[in-house]
Design a protein around this ligand. Structure first.
Ligand code: BTN
Length: 330
């Protein structure tokens, strides 16, 4: 397990308590399953409580969860995944600077294809274009997936679109909310952003070593900080109820597995087709385009096989946007 990641024992103890959630688990049973001395069990219980897990102690009998914790620890997640590669290895941190930074460094150290890094909190979460990503503790999903596709670096935009469609499907299926995709990779509910994707890669001489798809989802944020409130929201704010991050995360990993295979088997056209069907921004949307060179107003007219967004400016000329961002003009 990577340095600083959730201790294996914590993961094991949560798993044990969740598996036996309806009963009081005797201290000696916890001790033997965790491989610690009976006298140390109380210290581990205290450690878990410090991490926000609610555990009731029963004098002389043992311990029981007061409620199932919504923590993204590997044992709770992996038990629900099939045989796929995505999420086969999960590195969980209660707190880290940025899961993308960590995933890039693990990728450089040889982490396997499909490895997922996830944190309850990020102290320096990164967004696109040098922005920061607001990463409130235990409210969102902050995850980075390492992929090692045998594709050229030019395929990176398609992988980003693939992640967008997979995440949209996961959010739709769990919450039933109507989730839109704004090119290239923002997921919106009622016009406000609930999820962003930051794609980074390590490549050399036209060869992709690894790609890191960093996905941030605002799940149970009660409110967004002032400066974000007009543009960002959370699933809880929009639906007026909170959601199991564990359930959403499991659905997300399953959908990523499914769409990654679709890309490998059917090629980028299948992803672009699904993306275009899933986004109101794909065609006929009046947008403000912001690129490194200029800002303009245009109408979207489709997505290229490479993942570039085609726009038609008011003077009639068309362009394929490969970078930058767009915003709806109302
Ligand atoms: C965006 O600007 O829309 C992209 C935001 C990406 C945020 C996620 S949270 C998990 C991963 N780690 C990071 O530091 N950033 C990405």
């Amino acid at each position: 397990m990577a340095a600083g990641s959730t201790e294996h024992k914590i993961d094991k103890m949560i798993h044990l308590l969740v598996k036996n959630a309806t009963v009081v688990v005797p201290g000696p049973k916890i001790a033997s399953q965790m491989g610690v001395s009976p006298s140390a069990v109380f210290l581990w219980v205290e450690k878990l409580r410090g991490l926000g897990v609610e555990i009731k102690g029963h004098v002389g009998t043992g311990y029981q969860l007061s409620k199932i914790p919504d923590i993204l620890v590997p044992s709770l997640i992996k038990a629900e995944l099939g045989e796929g590669e995505i999420g086969h290895s999960i590195v969980h941190h209660f707190r880290t600077d940025s899961t993308n930074t960590l995933a890039l460094s693990l990728a450089q150290q040889g982490a396997a294809h499909g490895t997922v890094v996830v944190a309850e909190e990020q102290t320096a979460g990164r967004g696109r274009l040098g922005r920061t990503w607001y990463s409130e503790k235990s409210s969102g999903i902050y995850a980075s997936l390492i992929l090692r596709p045998s594709l050229s670096p030019a395929a990176a935009p398609i992988l980003t679109l693939m992640a967008g469609v997979a995440t949209q499907n996961a959010l739709n299926s769990v919450t039933g909310l109507d989730v839109d995709i704004r090119w290239p990779n923002d997921l919106l509910v009622n016009g406000k952003k609930v999820c962003g994707i930051l794609t980074e890669m390590s490549a050399e001489l036209g060869r992709l070593h690894a790609i890191v798809l960093g996905i941030g989802i605002n799940v149970n944020h009660g409110e967004m900080p002032g400066e974000l409130r007009s543009v960002a929201t959370s699933l809880r704010i929009e639906s007026r109820r909170s959601w199991s991050r564990v359930q959403i995360f499991i659905a997300l990993l399953k959908e990523l597995e499914r769409y990654y295979h679709l890309l490998l088997e059917k090629g980028s056209a299948a992803i672009v087709e699904r993306w275009a069907a899933a986004s109101t921004y794909a065609s006929g949307k009046r947008v403000r385009t912001v690129t490194a060179e200029a800002e303009s107003v245009a109408t979207t007219v489709g997505v290229d096989p490479s993942g570039a967004l085609r726009v038609r400016y008011d003077d009639g000329h068309e362009e394929a946007l490969v970078a930058g961002e767009i915003a709806e003009v109302k």
